[in-house]
Design a protein around this ligand. Sequence first.
Ligand SMILES: O=C(O)CCC(=O)C(=O)O
Ligand SMILES: [Fe+2]
Length: 337
Amino acid sequence: MSAVLKAVQNSNTAFSQIPIIDLKNISDPHPDVQQALAKQIRDACINVGFFYVKNHGISEQVIAFALESMTTYFALPLEEKMELDHTKTQNFKGYNAILSSNNDPNGSGDMHEGFEFGWEVLDDAPGVPDARRSDDGAMTGANVWPDVPGFRESLLRYYHAAVCLGKNLFPLFARALDLSPDFFDDKTRNSAALMRVLHYPPQTGPVDERVIGIGAHTDFECFTILWQQFGIQALQVLNTRGEWIDAPPIPGTLVINLGDQFARWTNDVFKSTVHRAANRSGARRYSIPLFFGTDYNVLLEPIASCVSAERPPRYEVVTAGDYVKRRLEATYGYQSP
Ligand SMILES: O=C(O)CCC(=O)C(=O)O
Ligand SMILES: [Fe+2]
């Protein structure tokens, strides 16, 4: 039996808190350092599906500019935001209004508004030219931007910083699965990462449990890098005892949570854990999830170390792009143009 599957046998998924992993040594090439980090990541992925990272490398200034821009944007009149409504654009890019998404199939709509975009070169920081940008298959589609000074730049700056963090995490996930650290390199060249900025208006007084900030759901991609506003407890994570565990914002950290692409790819060894958020604080809440997937043309075939006679493959094999598109259509209840 693989070491990964042995770790699954000894797992404990009735967690009562979410681990914090310090990435300060992430660039230290010593194999012992990398193995120690990978071990922490393996435990978190098998037992919880969520962890915080500190020393994650995204500067407070980059976060502050992004927050300022999104606050300005969401304060615009609804008609102006609706000009870029996602039903008018390609593949879910643009604005989604309050109650236009429904993440929990038993819910009646999510009490948040958002703005979504994907990979794009930032003019003064071109990043790595990506020859395969045209190869996004089902998910091809350019970004759209509102006419808010600095919005595009500050959000793309955050985006590229978060994509850089995501790329640095893949070798650790690979080690955690007993794979070569470069296993994901040729599958993550395209940065198939969608970023969303979210605004949750406060919900006070009696609340309809079917209409909370974001209903109970799992994410679609490999993992999500989530910044959440300090001082407001809203996010909760479901353990296997059926208890909702708070995931409060912790200054200096980001939340990393695994999504369904990883669950499929690892035959459920990595947990894609159900979570939800409700803003009962009385103040506006903002958050920034960046959903980091593999290139959209990658087939999500079960990884060998996660399959055994006792644990046969659990999922049909699909491409990452088709899978994400299907899930987005279910969330937004429509077929994109
Ligand atoms: O806003 C949050 O804290 C959670 C957002 C989330 O779960 C999502 O967008 O998938
Ligand atoms: Fe989520």
